[in-house]
Design a protein around this ligand. Structure first.
Ligand SMILES: [Zn+2]
Length: 333
């Protein structure tokens, strides 16, 4: 048993309280490798932004859970070395799908876990979430639950169609489970292909696809039922078209990749939405940079020469999200 407190990590309780009161959102960035971790920590240390480092089940398989936990511990020390005296870093399990997995993360030093029972019948979701909450809270680990289903594909999370969260269920769910935050479905979606062209309109000026707006009426109804309760948005990458263009210019093939416009996320961040998950955008930044370097330097074979620029590009992206979209800069001085 390792407590997250020994690793210098924090849970999400204080982070979320401050974010709701302050009208901003905490970035939740997924990480799978060293370069991504370095980019996240540098961006957060330089902007003094609290951050949630997320580990998905795909990341656990790719990079090994033990190694990822030591990387998170290293991240705290690295942040201090960069001059961030009081780093506010949470280590979070993204889309935990069983009690056993959540328990193993709690036991391994995670400060926060998500139990995703959203695919289960309502009563089973409650039962599973409650069991995880009871265990996690013994160790002061915070728990995110999910109600409603997001469409899209991300690692092992996959759903054909979305089902919006039902506002009439949220009080009962939050009360009976004791969860600390709730991921809801209001039209965001996992992955880089969030909407089909048929679901979008076309911007006549640019010819680009414009996705349907988020269901802010549902968010408002949820906030009315649960005033001040921390709300989480998954699948909130914006799929920056400049990265898609670079990827397609240098040999890639990503037609009709489209995400959530940043002004919609900015609006959500000002509400009770206090955690916004961003994964695909950093994948796009990384891939765009690698493709460009390799296309322009076909003889290059030193990974540092293309992973380095990819890391720089991700750092730029993370800072942009923190400062221009989430408003979390300067909130962890
Ligand atoms: Zn998700």
């Amino acid at each position: 048993m390792v407590s997250f407190k020994e690793l210098g990590l924090v849970n999400t309780r204080e982070m979320f309280k401050k974010a709701i009161n302050g009208g901003y959102a905490i970035p939740a960035f997924n990480f799978n490798n060293m370069e991504q971790m370095q980019a996240i920590i540098k961006a957060c240390a330089e902007t003094k932004s609290p951050v949630i480092l997320q580990v998905s089940s795909g990341a656990r398989k790719y990079a090994n859970q033990t190694l990822l936990r030591y990387m998170a511990q290293g991240a705290v020390e690295y942040a201090k070395e960069l001059g961030w005296e009081n780093p506010q870093i949470a280590l979070h399990l993204d889309h935990g799908n069983s009690f056993e997995l959540c328990k193993s993360c709690v036991d391994y030093g995670f400060s926060s876990v998500m139990i995703d029972g959203s695919a289960l019948p309502y009563e089973e979701n409650i039962e599973l979430t409650k069991k995880v909450v009871e265990y996690a809270h013994r160790y002061d680990v915070t728990v995110e639950a999910e109600l409603g289903v997001l469409a899209g594909v991300e690692d092992e999370v996959q759903a054909e169609e979305s089902h919006y969260t039902k506002p009439e269920e949220v009080i009962d769910f939050a009360t009976r489970t004791g969860c600390d935050s709730l991921a809801i479905s209001i039209g965001t979606s996992h992955g880089a292909y969030k909407f089909t062209p048929e679901q979008c309109t076309v911007d006549p000026a640019t010819g680009r696809l414009v996705p349907p707006p988020l269901a802010f009426d549902i968010l408002d109804a949820i906030m009315e039922k649960l005033p001040g309760f921390p709300i989480v948005l998954h699948g909130s990458s914006s799929v920056p078209q400049e990265y898609v263009d670079i990827i397609n210019t240098y040999g890639g093939k990503m037609p009709n990749a489209v995400g959530i416009p940043e002004d919609q996320l900015r609006k959500a961040a000002k509400s009770a939405v206090c955690k916004i998950n961003i994964d695909s955008d950093s994948r796009l930044a990384f891939t765009a940079a690698v493709r460009k370097v390799l296309a322009e330097n076909p003889g290059e074979f030193d990974p540092r020469k293309y992973c380095g620029p990819a890391r720089d590009e991700m750092e730029r992206l993370y800072k942009h999200k923190i400062i221009e979209v989430l408003g979390s800069d300067g909130k962890a001085e």
